[in-house]
Design a protein around this ligand. Structure first.
Ligand code: MN3
Length: 198
């Protein structure tokens, strides 16, 4: 079964003005579609064709060398973006509540401190990659990865991630990554984070 592009769970202009329609069209319709297509091309005719995306992400070290880089980059791209669309919502923003709020406050001191550390980590990642909030047992932490790598491949659970590639923000924010990182909180879907947290 070939992988397919999941539909965006809201219209392309739904995250305006924070994330613009043109960026969303290219990001979902072109960039994510390309990861799906290149992943399918890489695994075509191999035993990896019958595996789930989760299985692939957890066994990248077992992928044969000749397709390893393509599977890692494009499998990761498909995995990360499939979650990324769900981590944003036109009704997002605000602050987490309940168990997620408690875990954030207990680890980072406050929601404001958490946002500050998450944005700083996002700024410190040079070039393309992702910044993550991960859950390791009962402990939360912030980490970043290069390219399309994802902490799930190291057995970590991701609760939230933001895309640091320029394609995620360049049309609206140009080189101003800090503005994008700050604006992104206005669309974060804390319901999805709560669903992933346990
Ligand atoms: Mn992207």
């Amino acid at each position: 079964m070939a992988f397919t592009l999941p539909p965006l769970p809201y219209p392309y202009d739904a995250l305006e003005p924070h994330i613009d329609e043109a960026t969303m069209k290219l990001h979902h319709g072109k960039h994510h579609q390309a990861y799906v297509d290149k992943l399918n091309a890489a695994i075509a005719g191999s035993e990896w064709e019958s595996k789930s995306l989760d299985e692939i992400m957890l066994s990248l070290d077992k992928v044969p060398d000749k397709i390893k880089a393509a599977v890692r980059n494009n499998g990761g791209g498909h995995y990360n973006h499939s979650l990324f669309w769900q981590w944003m919502s036109p009704t997002g923003g605000g602050e987490p509540t309940g168990k997620v709020a408690e875990a954030i406050n207990s680890k980072f001191g406050s929601f404001a401190k958490f946002k500050e550390e998450f944005e700083a980590a996002g700024m410190a990642r040079f070039g393309s990659g992702w910044v993550w909030l991960i859950q390791d047992g009962s402990e939360l932490s912030i980490t970043t990865t290069p390219y399309q790598d994802c902490p799930v491949s190291e057995g970590k659970k991701v609760l939230l991630g933001n895309d640091l590639w320029e394609h995620a923000y360049y049309l609206k924010y140009q080189n101003r990554r800090p503005e994008y990182l700050a604006a992104w909180w206005s669309v974060v879907n804390w319901n999805k984070v709560t669903e992933l947290f346990n």
